[in-house]
Design a protein around this ligand. Structure first.
Ligand code: IMP
Length: 431
């Protein structure tokens, strides 16, 4: 059976959840392999809207087995909150959801550490993170000495002993970063609290690598949901303004235990424009004030972070960056989301190259300092005045909207397989 990966090719928030939703009927498993509750998926489900940040979007389809892979970092209260939100909303969540025993656990001290490095004396070194403890938890994972995995929550004595070792170190570290006294964390109290969470998590904690391989052997198909966008990938993104995991499909192998060779179809998701939350260079950003085009796109596109509510930075589509991420993600095709947001503009701009020190370049410099020196070089394309949100097939789109999509396809040398003109499932054009 075919396996698919849905991956964002920009800085996240490409509306991947909708595509996962559309593909769910063809798959048996929905798998997250990276990130944690820093991701934000808004999924419109009939007349209901669910905002998930940790669970795979696929959990909304009870026929799918939703899997949180070992590459994810899990904050148990958030896990419980999302499960409860779904149950209250009438979605079945039981044996159709599993979380890897090898996924790492986020503790409140991770968030405190993050707060201090983001808001503390380091000021200009802040990354603009989501504040969910993601970076410090991954630091503990690769540092090994202080990492705690989901499976450890099921071993009360072991967990308590680990916390007795870890918590004093964390208290010292946190205190060292701040001039004002901080209330220290208490190892026993944290152990009690997390053992309480463990009671709720227990039925979901599994050897997910085995579950997925058994599924593949039985001919089942897997849908991998990348969290964040490819430009936030820890290795290939715009470091240091990235997240702490491998958001590219290369993360699948390490983050789920399933070889990327099993994935037949990699769908790159892009918005019709670009957005970014957090800090870092963004060559096509629109800085045109509260009455400008940037604000208009932000409002119409509802460009506010699902997790933090922060206004997203917005700008024109950057095909230099997209060619880079499409290459790294090895995508077979792309989908263009939120095309409707660009309706009503006389002209649109596509970034086709950068100018750096008087030189025109078309290779994306992923180094943040280098990227900051780049100025976008644009190609002007005509806009369209018609509302495209009622278009249901290619022929319904105005000629200039078709031209825009075709030009993007041409610049990326990739087929555009779907165009989304609204949040609802029906508001999709298949090509
Ligand atoms: P962290 O993942 O919270 O450590 O944040 C690192 C960077 O990634 C910040 O710029 C965040 O705004 C960004 N980021 C993390 N998750 C998402 C997401 O799901 N969408 C968009 N940006 C994200």
């Amino acid at each position: 059976m075919a396996c698919t990966c849905v991956v964002g090719l920009q800085w996240g928030d490409e509306a991947k959840g909708k595509i996962v939703d559309l593909l769910s009927a063809e798959h048996h498993f929905a798998v997250r392999y990276n990130g944690g509750a820093n991701a934000g998926h808004t999924v419109v489900w009939g007349d209901r809207i669910f905002k998930l940040s940790l669970l795979p979007t696929g959990v909304l389809h009870p026929h799918l087995h939703a899997v949180i892979g070992n590459g994810v970092v899990v904050y148990p209260p958030r896990f419980i909150e999302e499960v409860d939100q779904l149950i209250q909303g009438g979605v079945q969540v039981s044996s159709n959801l599993s979380v890897s025993e090898h996924a790492h656990v986020i503790f409140p001290y991770h968030m405190e550490e993050e707060k201090l490095t983001e808001q503390g004396g380091s000021g200009s070194n802040a990354i603009g993170t989501t504040g969910r403890g993601i970076g410090p938890c991954y630091q503990d994972k690769v540092g090994r000495t202080c990492g705690i995995r989901v499976g450890d929550l099921l071993k009360p004595d072991f967990l308590r002993e680990r916390l007795k070792f870890i918590v004093p170190r964390k208290n010292q570290l946190i205190q060292a970063f701040t001039a004002t006294p901080v209330k220290p964390f208490d190892a026993n109290q944290l152990a009690d609290q997390y053992l309480g969470y463990a009671e709720r998590l227990k039925p979901f904690i599994k050897n997910t690598t085995k579950i997925l391989h058994d599924g593949i052997k039985a001919g089942k198909s897997l849908l991998f949901e990348a969290a964040q966008g490819s430009l936030l990938d820890i290795d290939h993104g715009t470091f240091p303004y990235v997240t702490s995991s491998s958001s590219l499909p290369s993360g699948i192998w390490a983050g789920s235990g399933v070889s990327t060779r099993k994935v037949d179809r990699i769908i790159g998701i892009i918005k019709a424009y670009t957005s970014r939350v957090g800090r870092g260079p963004f060559p096509t950003e629109l800085y045109d004030g509260p009455t400008g085009l940037g604000e208009r796109i932000r409002k119409i596109g509802r460009e506010y972070g699902t997790v933090t509510g922060r206004p997203r930075r917005v700008g024109w589509l950057d095909t230099v960056a997209l060619k880079y991420t499409a290459m790294l993600a090895d995508v077979n095709e792309v989908t263009i989301m939120l095309l409707d947001v660009l309706s009503g503009l006389d002209e649109l701009f596509l970034c086709v190259a950068y100018e750096r020190a008087g030189e025109r370049i078309t290779d994306f410099p992923s180094d943040a300092d280098e990227l900051a020196k780049c100025k976008a070089v644009y190609e002007k394309v005509p806009g369209w005045s018609e509302d495209v949100s009622k278009a249901r097939k290619w022929a319904d789109l105005p000629a200039n909207a078709q031209r825009y999509v075709e030009r993007v396809s041409e610049l990326l040398s990739l087929r555009v397989s779907m165009v989304s003109v609204g949040p609802d499932r029906a508001e999709t054009i298949f090509r």
